[in-house]
Design a binder for this molecule. Structure first.
Ligand SMILES: *[C@@H]1O[C@H](CO)[C@@H](O)[C@H](O)[C@H]1NC(C)=O
Ligand SMILES: *[C@@H]1O[C@H](CO)[C@@H](O)[C@H](O)[C@H]1NC(C)=O
Length: 227
């Protein structure tokens, strides 16, 4: 996918901080919203990490989400409802891009009926275990397709979770980046990285709240460890 509009949210929170109103640290999530104009969309870019989308019409394609620019190794959290209608082709995914090489990537947490491996051009490269689940790694070449730098030829990388998590979870994106590199899928310079809802020729609704996991507390006692 590519994006036509994107903007930073959280500006209101920043200005409140500047004039001295007590507030938690501003969470300036990057917002990205793209559609080919065919789905009927109702989108709400909510406070902090929240967004809601309802789509209908069973046609066209959109990708909408919230996250960071640039992307990076991060423990991304999300809580969500994700309800494509029966037969719907839709994904709930951590979604992003790198440049040099140009790469479009997906860590798919939940999907509708369509599974990316249905595509005969997709190459399966193995599994990666992360965040209490197993993900299948796949890649696919895209020739003369829309991208963040215009029409281009590039690779898609996918991690697709077997145990679907439409309701939420934590995703250590660094584990996937490393697994992809280990499978020969080179990453470039990070562009944006969002928790996204994508729908194609489908209908449905989703509500997502994005965040970042606090660092793990460091254990203060060691009892019989092997170090
Ligand atoms: C993500 O969490 C894991 C532990 O669950 C930790 O080892 C890793 O350093 C964290 N990554 C980042 C970028 O904070
Ligand atoms: C990948 O994981 C799935 C689900 O756990 C398993 O069925 C499959 O055999 C694994 N494939 C490989 C190559 O290990």
């Amino acid at each position: 996918m590519f994006f036509l509009t994107s903007l930073l949210t959280g500006l209101l929170t920043i200005s409140l901080t500047i004039i001295g109103v007590a507030s938690a640290p501003a969470a300036n999530y990057f917002w990205s919203s793209w559609s080919d104009g065919k789905p009927k969309l109702t989108v709400k870019n909510g406070a902090e990490g929240r967004f809601d989308v309802t789509w209908s019409g069973d046609k066209g394609n959109f990708v909408i989400g919230k996250g960071w620019n640039p992307g990076s190794s991060k423990n991304v959290t999300y809580t969500s409802t994700f309800s494509p209608t029966a037969g719907g082709n839709a994904y709930l995914a951590i979604y992003g891009w790198t440049t040099s090489p140009l790469v479009e990537y997906y860590i798919i947490e939940a999907h509708g009926d369509h599974h990316p491996s249905d595509n005969p051009e997709a190459k399966v490269l193995g599994n990666v275990t992360s965040d209490g689940g197993t993900y299948q790694i796949m890649t696919k070449k895209r020739v003369n397709k829309p991208s963040i730098i215009g029409t281009a030829t590039f690779a898609q990388y996918w991690s697709i979770r077997y145990e679907q998590r439409p309701g939420g979870g934590t995703v250590n994106t660094g584990t996937h980046f490393k697994a992809w590199e280990g499978a020969g899928l080179k990453m470039g310079r990070h562009n944006y990285m969002i928790v996204a809802v994508e729908g194609q020729d489908s209908s449905g609704s989703a509500s997502v709240t994005v965040g970042v996991a606090s660092p793990e507390p460091v254990p203060t006692t060691v009892g019989g460890g092997s170090s």
